[in-house]
Write a protein that binds this ligand. Structure first.
Ligand code: SF4
Ligand code: SF4
Length: 160
């Protein structure tokens, strides 16, 4: 069952990446599948319509935190989670972020971030708003309560 749902997420992600101009080979590499699988995805031959529908509901309707946790449940490859999450959620979410001086650079937020949006620059935590999907896991897990994050725009719902 989880493999079907993951296939739906991969198919939806492949479609969006193709629309952004990536080649079949590039998409296959990002999603860690054979190029022929991408061709089938883009032709709508696989997976089953129900799997794609489930993926769409996850990406469009779930709160970002729940969507990320669900994607992590069906996919144990962090790089693929990043590709799916960035493509289906981050691209359609705008956030405002601020980091307080209470941060002690413990890096917990960096480790938990599903889209690799958090880096250290000049000894300060930096969150790339373009990569952030608004899951709020960093804010939730920060022991210093140093992250203030708010979703200011949610354009999901147009993933057809
Ligand atoms: S989890 Fe909090 S304290 Fe740790 S590096 Fe991130 S912002 Fe700083
Ligand atoms: S909310 Fe935090 S953990 Fe989630 S994607 Fe944005 S920066 Fe990463």
């Amino acid at each position: 069952m989880t493999q079907h749902i993951l296939a739906g997420l991969r198919a939806l992600t492949a479609k969006k990446l193709r629309e952004k101009g990536l080649t079949h080979e590039e998409i296959a590499k990002l999603l860690n599948v054979d190029r022929t699988v991408i061709t089938h995805y883009l032709a709508g031959r696989i997976p089953a319509k129900e799997a794609v529908k489930c993926a769409k509901v996850t990406a469009e309707k779930f709160y970002p935190r729940d969507a990320v946790l669900f994607i992590k449940t069906v996919c144990d490859d962090n790089d693929i989670v990043t590709t799916i999450t960035e493509t289906l959620i981050s691209d359609n979410i705008d956030v405002d972020v601020a980091i307080s001086s209470k941060c002690n650079l413990c890096k917990i937020c960096i480790d938990i971030c599903p889209t690799k949006a958090i880096t250290i620059e000049n000894d300060l935590i930096n969150i790339d708003k373009n990569k952030c999907c608004g899951c709020e896991l960093c804010q939730e897990l920060c022991q210093k309560n140093a992250i203030f994050l708010k979703i200011i725009k949610d354009n999901r719902g147009e993933l057809d």
